[in-house]
Design a protein around this ligand. Structure first.
Ligand SMILES: Cc1cc2nc3c(=O)[nH]c(=O)nc-3n(C[C@H](O)[C@H](O)[C@H](O)COP(=O)(O)OP(=O)(O)OC[C@H]3O[C@@H](n4cnc5c(N)ncnc54)[C@H](O)[C@@H]3O)c2cc1C
Length: 448
């Protein structure tokens, strides 16, 4: 057995991976445990959900990323608990692995404010599986509308609801509006896809509330230019299959997407450490858990105030910086040096809204529209992991820009949902009606 101190890292996301990279080749034995075999570049998940990119272009095998690191073993497994006294980590099959140091970086998910049952009707976007499910729902909704229109002869309303006006909600709403108004309009014959409504509901008085007010206002205008109906000060209070309640009003909708609320990984509670309301662990300035200097909690799971009193935000640069910092503090211990306190370096924020539409606030310079959008594209390609992915993403973006095509429009999964949605078809109309309907839509064109 190795004489080197053993570091267990839980999670191969931004925090865990950056910690592993900082420990690569150093005098420690590292075991990185993740329940997925891949690292996900979450900022581009919405592009998978809206069919610009394929999953493999934004996710990369963790084992491959760390293949040159001789001192790092990658284990595929779900961590279910810890024993801080015995210094062990428990896996889902009951296996216990001991550590000298522990870095917990298991991230966060969306919170449904105590209404977890809503998740079935209104999925959030966090994993590759979520993105594929959202993509399925969006494109299935158009297919069902087309089939109904082609066979029944009338176009029923097609409504999309996005709950939450943060970056993910804004990105999804903008992209769905683009899909309806541009990408699909020539591909569907019976329905006019441009008539689909995209509604964004945000509980506060502005979208992208962490940005300067003028940038939020610009983002709202840019969304409206794309055709998104932005409803501010509007709380979604209930969700049922096929409809959402906002205030006293029920709104029918085919697809609801959830993009608000944060719930840190339950592993924070499993550490038996003090947490905030969102389940984030209160950490010391060196990122360790109070009372356990050998245990670090980082990234979206950590709750820490900056010197100015603001919380360290739940964004990828903060997770990466914390990953490197926690690793450096472990190495400082081993060398007998003093640990350093964590200081978040905020280089700025940006959010994209759609084609040539974005906002950015970087080093205090605020930009909107095309400049911000180009900046966003450049930075996201730069931080993507893997040369092949960077190349593929750049090619797909270029192609999508030129053609407005969304080429990853696959509807995966079984056909049950499609069948359920077509119950109305008892007594199916004759094929003749299909052609009559087409003639109605495409006035002046010859029917087949
Ligand atoms: C849709 C979306 C868009 C985003 N866009 C941006 C953006 O544009 N810019 C930005 O800066 N930030 C963005 N973020 C936030 C950013 O991705 C997070 O702040 C960052 O990923 C946090 O890193 P982390 O290491 O704490 O957690 P994560 O990156 O979420 O990694 C957690 C890892 O832990 C693993 N894990 C979880 N539980 C267990 C368990 N029990 N056992 C084993 N493994 C486990 C997971 O599989 C995952 O690999 C976005 C997030 C989302 C969801």
């Amino acid at each position: 057995m190795s004489e080197l101190p053993r570091v267990i890292i839980v999670g191969g996301g931004f925090g865990g991976l950056w910690a592993a990279k900082a420990l690569s080749g150093k005098p420690v034995e590292v075991i990185l445990i993740d329940r997925k075999n891949h690292h996900v570049f979450q900022p581009l998940l919405y592009q998978v959900a809206t069919a610009v990119l394929s999953p493999g272009e934004i996710a990369y095998p963790i084992r491959r990323i760390l293949h040159n690191a001789e001192n790092i073993e990658v284990i595929l497994g779900e961590v279910t608990g810890f024993d801080r006294e015995a210094k062990t980590v428990t896996l889902d099959d009951g296996t216990q692995v001991s550590y000298d140091y522990l870095i917990v970086a298991a991230g966060a998910r969306h919170a449904y404010f105590g209404n977890d049952a809503w998740e079935t009707f209104a999925p959030g976007l966090k994993t590759v599986e979520d993105a594929v499910e959202i993509r399925r729902r969006i494109f299935l909704a158009f297919e069902i509308a087309e089939r109904k229109a082609a066979l029944a002869g009338t176009q029923e309303p097609l409504n999309f609801v996005v709950v939450g006006g943060g970056p993910t909600g804004v990105e999804l709403a903008g992209a769905i509006a683009d899909i309806a108004r541009q990408a699909l309009k020539k591909d569907f014959k019976a329905i006019d896809t441009t008539k689909a409504r995209v509604m964004l509901f945000e509980g506060s008085d502005r979208v992208l509330g962490t940005f300067a007010r003028e940038l939020s206002e610009s983002a709202k205008r840019q969304l409206e230019e794309l055709g998104v109906e932005v409803h501010l000060n509007s709380f979604v209070t209930n969700i049922e299959p096929g409809r959402v309640q906002v205030g006293n009003q029920w709104i029918d909708c085919e697809v609801v997407l959830w993009a608000t609320g944060v719930a840190a990984s339950p592993l924070g509670k499993a550490l038996v450490a003090e947490t905030d309301k969102a389940g984030r662990v209160f950490v010391e300035a060196d990122l360790s858990v109070p009372g356990s200097p050998e245990v670090f909690v980082i990234g979206d799971m950590a709750s820490l105030k900056q010197e100015n009193g603001d919380p360290v935000p739940g964004v990828s640069p903060a997770a990466m910086q914390m990953g490197t910092h926690s690793a450096n503090n472990i190495l400082a211990d081993i060398k007998g040096n003093a640990r350093e306190n964590f200081r978040y370096v905020d280089k700025g924020t940006m959010a994209t809204i759609g084609r040539r539409k974005a906002i950015s606030d970087v080093f205090g310079i605020k930009t909107t529209g095309l400049v911000a959008w180009l900046f966003w594209l450049f930075l996201h390609v730069m931080f993507l992991i893997g040369f092949r992915n960077r190349f593929a993403v750049m090619f797909n973006w270029f192609w999508a820009y030129l053609t407005r095509e969304r080429s990853a429009r696959l509807i995966t999964g079984d056909a049950d949902e499609l069948r359920d949605a077509l119950i109305f078809m008892e007594g199916e109309p004759a094929a003749k009606e299909v052609f009559e309907f087409r003639r109605v839509k495409k006035a002046g064109t010859k029917t087949p």
